[in-house]
Design a protein around this ligand. Structure first.
Ligand code: PEP
Ligand code: MG
Length: 577
């Protein structure tokens, strides 16, 4: 009998295969009190386990290095770095001495301490990095038992792995052996397993509690990594259906891969610019995996968050230079820091009385203008890297042109400073603004007259237009890119750019969703900046669209008031030839 169960789909795609339930030996972490004479040998035992764990990770790296991209290997490097961090060994050795306890227990205590540090972090991505601490602790504890790596001698080819949790090393090793898919009991969409599975293109489902009890070895499974549905022992009819879906998926992927490196030109010959969004220079490798193109949005605040402070000019410079070099002449749009709301660091700025609504508070450019001396190093660094390749400056969260005038004056000051010191920079560096506050969209004409480009940030534009917090699940049902008010603001921004003869791009999530590609093309958008894994899907729609057919249809949609009708008309655009 078929059983349907579901978890969180985190890496799309259909996988069909036999279940392989990964049974891990539980590590004994009971506390033992040691005699004073045993302390020295316990520390020696711990150091030996650290060495073994280190060797296991290096061996994995060696085994897979030849055909694995650097951005994947980096996940193993993170664990190697943790193993070398004094926080692990010095802390644990101090515990062995202080509590006269066994190494497993001393390490467990130290691990819990480090996990707490990550737990208290505001940023959801960094918070999930506590998983790495837990994985490293477990690896050392297993090594303390003198065990070999859990994967030695096992073949995973074509299997669907069921595990409590997977480390990045597990995931990479299994991918190397051509595993079909993953199901884990724990983890969320931001866990490393989820990120890696997406990077590696392996269908994956996480958070399926009790999966190891519900599914048994060698049972046939179908997993849908998009919806999170698992069918255990599917009947013949379902199996036939999912095999056909999988064949279609493969055919579509091959079709998309053929578009890599080709221009994004509509059927009536309009050249569209299609760039990618990044958070770090390393993300450029992911973009290149899909398409050799530029960057329309580099969210620099990740650098601040990872350092938990405002970086100095040299750190900004070195980081951005890495991005410019990696792009090899393709354009890089660097957005100045957008800290605030859901992206925060514990800095030293006095933010005044507790903000009740940080999304409307001292965020992004507002914060930079309050502390121009802290903002200046970022501006100077962006100008300096503009000497090494095509770079554009983009300002987030502008509300009025007064703010813009202040930013432009600061950029002018930075230029003069560099000129005085004889430091090279692009004297004509384009400066643009994100249009993501409704007031800025309504006044887009005024912004356009002072700038070289505009970029529509729909994630914020929608939240501020519809008065819904973008990270509050309770009001998520109101989030609608097709609300007529949102569409009007987007149209006004595109029109303002055309009137001023400057490019207008869109870098919010709406640009990455293929449901909206034809609508946006019909509205006159000529520049999309999207998630790396949407590059080819968006390009596929562009190259199969005819602007002259879309324009009258979209014009009619812009006059509809009913949101449901707008949605149904936008869905119909997909079928238009
Ligand atoms: C946006 O608001 O659409 C945007 C691209 O910026 P972020 O998501 O970083 O706020
Ligand atoms: Mg934004």
């Amino acid at each position: 009998m078929s059983i349907y169960i579901s978890g969180i789909g985190v890496s799309k795609g259909i996988a069909i295969g036999e279940a392989f339930v990964l049974a891990r030996e539980q590590v004994d972490i009971t506390q033992r009190t040691l005699a004073a004479s045993e302390i020295k040998s316990e520390i020696k035992r711990f150091k030996k386990a650290m060495k073994l764990a280190n060797k296991q990770l290096h061996d994995i790296k060696k085994k897979i290095a030849k055909n694995t991209a650097d951005d994947i290997l980096v996940f193993i490097d993170t664990h190697l770095l943790m193993l070398e961090d004094p926080a692990f060994d010095e802390g644990t050795i101090a515990n062995i001495r202080e509590f006269s306890c066994n190494a497993e227990w001393a390490l467990q205590m130290q691990g819990e301490r480090l996990v707490q540090v990550f737990d208290e972090m505001e940023d959801p991505y960094l918070r999930t990095r506590k998983d790495d601490v837990l994985h490293v602790v477990k690896r050392i504890q297993t090594a303390l038992l003198g065990k070999e790596d859990v994967h030695d001698g096992i073949s995973y080819k074509g299997k669907i792995i069921i595990a409590d949790d997977l480390t990045p090393a597990d995931t990479i090793m299994m991918q190397h052996q051509k595993v079909a898919g993953f199901i884990t009991e724990y983890g969320g969409p931001l866990s490393h397993t989820a990120i890696l599975a997406r990077n590696l293109g392996i269908p994956a489902i996480v958070g399926l509690h009790h999966a190891r009890h519900l599914i048994h070895r060698d049972e046939t499974l179908v997993i849908d990594g998009l919806t999170g549905v698992v069918i255990n022992e599917p009947d013949k009819k379902s199996l036939k259906y999912y095999r056909a879906v999988k064949r279609n998926e493969t055919a579509k992927r091959n079709l998309l891969n053929d578009l890599s490196g080709k221009p994004a030109v509509t059927l009536d010959n309009k050249q569209i610019t299609l760039h990618g969004n990044i958070d770090r220079p390393a993300d450029i490798r992911t973009i290149k995996k899909y398409d050799n193109t530029g960057v329309g949005l580099y969210r620099t605040e990740m650098l601040f968050i990872e350092l938990n402070q405002w970086p100095d000019q040299q750190t900004h410079f070195k980081t951005y230079k890495r991005a410019v070099k990696a792009l090899e002449g393709k354009p890089l749009t660097i957005r100045t820091m957008d800290l605030g709301a859901d992206k925060e660091i514990q800095d030293t700025i006095d933010h005044g009385p507790m903000a009740h609504n940080p999304a409307m508070g001292l965020r992004a450019i507002r914060r930079c203008l309050k502390e121009p001396q802290d903002f200046m190093p970022q501006l100077l660094a962006i100008l300096r890297v503009s000497a090494f390749g095509p770079v554009r400056i983009m300002i987030p969260m502008l509300t009025n042109t007064g703010e813009l005038d202040q930013v432009l004056a600061l950029i002018e000051d930075a230029k003069q400073l560099l000129t005085k010191k004889n430091i090279a920079y692009d004297k004509k560096i384009p400066v643009g603004a994100m249009i993501e506050v409704p007031a800025a969209a309504l006044a887009a004409d005024a912004f356009a007259s002072k700038l070289d480009f505009l970029s529509i940030g729909t994630n914020d534009l929608i939240q501020y237009t519809l008065a819904i917090d973008r990270i509050d699940d309770e009001v998520n049902y109101l989030f609608n890119p097709l609300h007529p008010a949102v569409l009007k603001l987007i149209q006004m921004t595109i029109d303002a750019g055309k009137k001023a003869n400057i490019p207008v791009s869109m870098c919010g999530e709406m640009a990455s969703d293929t449901l909206y590609t034809r609508l946006l093309l019909g509205m006159g958008l000529e520049y999309f900046s999207v998630q790396a894994n949407s590059l080819l899907e968006v390009k596929h729609i562009i190259v199969h669209s005819t602007l002259t057919t879309l324009q009258p249809e979209v014009e009619a949609i812009m006059h509809i008031h009913d949101e449901e009708e707008v949605k149904s008309r936008v869905q119909q655009l997909v079928n238009l030839l």
